[in-house]
Write a protein that binds this ligand. Structure first.
Ligand SMILES: *Cc1c(COP(=O)(O)O)cnc(C)c1O
Length: 397
């Protein structure tokens, strides 16, 4: 990680926070405000009562950087970390990150032994996975910590109500063989972002039945968990012992019906900024960018931003993606190119090197981008590409 340089010489009079040497060379930076992340977790804990928190750090912490975010989440009061892929869980441990870690998206051939050796809890949705976990327990001489997953209505992973009793029975038998410890029982919502959707109450009920079946089979898990951010914030009876919080921790809304980030008291963790690569006057009637989907209606100043769809700026942002530049928020002018987008600044003053804010602190939000592009804030932040340096900030200024 490069140090944060707040005193670069010769840069324009814009915010200098996060402009490391790498970021200056690239002309773009995604700063990662770890204070905001800790603050968001504190806010979630304040809103959700006694439940423990699993900080979900899959997909490189939703594009924010796996290890710094995981560490900050543990400092912020999370006791668990959630990883979709086994490799993400292994990467956490190999970086020396503590806390409990759960991984849930395994396929046959997953690195079960590596997971057990690293004290990672693994999710099991089916008999084949339980078999694989038993084999890894025998191979390592370690008891596997398993969260049994019930499909309560998402129809994604998890055992159906028909398959659940047999899975629970087999897991209990593996416990009695000292190969497995069932540490968790869990499931996942389909529509928690619409808290009044009828499936929400149905899933809560199916989960309660699954818990009862497991308990009558003799399982005594440490944690029962059903809620993601939307469930944690919008469906109190889904909180159980543990809430799995991703998007809210990153300071974005889990869904308009749950509340905007501002309503919920959340602050954006990622701020995406760039420095203008070109500023020039062009005449009225000029077409801008590929396909000329935007034409100037007056003599105007255009500015070039060195970020494009290769960096995760959606092509759907053509003529709508909001950027704060030269004092105002304005939509991208014309199509999004692979590496760049153009802004129409009118007669506002700007110079090469001036900073623009695509989203985050002080600018539009990733949720604004999502609304403009017909997607969700999750996709906006998660897809910011590897050509954009992530600079974790420990202290906000
Ligand atoms: C991604 C994910 C979460 C976190 O969801 P948010 O809506 O970001 O809080 C929780 N649980 C599971 C199983 C997930 O895949």
């Amino acid at each position: 990680m490069s140090p944060v340089d707040r005193t670069l010489p010769g840069v324009p009079a814009t915010s200098q926070v996060g402009w490391t040497t790498d970021a200056v060379a690239r002309g773009a930076v995604a700063t990662i405000d770890l204070d905001a992340l800790r603050g968001n977790l504190a806010r979630v804990r304040e809103l959700t009562g006694d439940a423990a928190v699993m900080a979900v750090v899959k997909a490189d912490a939703y594009g924010h950087g796996l290890v710094p975010c995981a560490r900050a989440a543990l400092e912020g009061g999370a006791s668990w970390l959630g990883a979709a892929l086994p490799d993400e869980a292994v990467a956490l441990r190999d970086a020396g990150v503590g806390g409990r870690v759960l991984t849930w998206l395994t396929t046959p051939g997953a690195p079960w032994v590596a997971l057990l050796e690293r004290d990672v809890d693994v999710s099991v949705s089916a008999q084949w996975a339980l078999e694989a976990v038993r084999a890894a327990a025998l191979a390592t001489g370690r008891r596997a910590r398993v969260h049994l997953k019930a499909d309560t209505g998402l129809s994604r992973n998890g055992a159906t109500p028909d398959d659940w009793p047999a899975l629970v029975g087999a897991a209990r038998a593996a416990e009695l063989d000292d190969l497995v410890e069932v540490t968790g029982l869990w499931s996942h919502f389909a529509c928690a972002d619409e808290p009044t959707h009828p499936s929400v109450g149905r899933q809560v009920g199916v989960f309660d039945e699954a818990l009862a079946v497991a308990e009558s089979a003799g399982l005594r898990p440490e944690v029962r968990h059903l809620a993601n951010s939307a469930g944690a914030l919008g469906v109190p009876r889904s909180r159980h012992d543990l809430v799995r919080v991703g998007i809210a921790m990153y300071g974005l809304s889990p869904g308009a019906a749950v509340g905007s980030a501002r309503d919920l008291g959340l602050r954006p963790v990622m701020t995406l900024r760039a420095r203008l690569a070109s500023v020039k006057r062009i005449p009225s009637g000029s077409g801008i960018s590929y396909g000329h989907t935007y034409t100037t209606t007056r003599d105007t100043t255009v500015a070039l931003v060195p970020l494009g769809y290769a960096d995760g700026i959606p092509r759907a942002a053509a003529n709508v993606g909001p950027v704060l530049a030269a004092g105002s928020v304005r939509p991208i002018a014309g199509r999004v190119c692979m590496d760049q987008v153009v802004l129409d600044l009118g007669d506002d003053a700007a110079a090469p090197g001036d900073e623009v804010v695509l989203f985050g602190e002080g600018g539009p939000s990733a949720d604004d981008w999502a609304a403009a592009c017909g997607t969700i804030g999750y996709e906006i932040v998660t897809r910011i590409g590897p050509r954009v340096p992530r600079v974790p900030l420990e202290v906000t200024t």
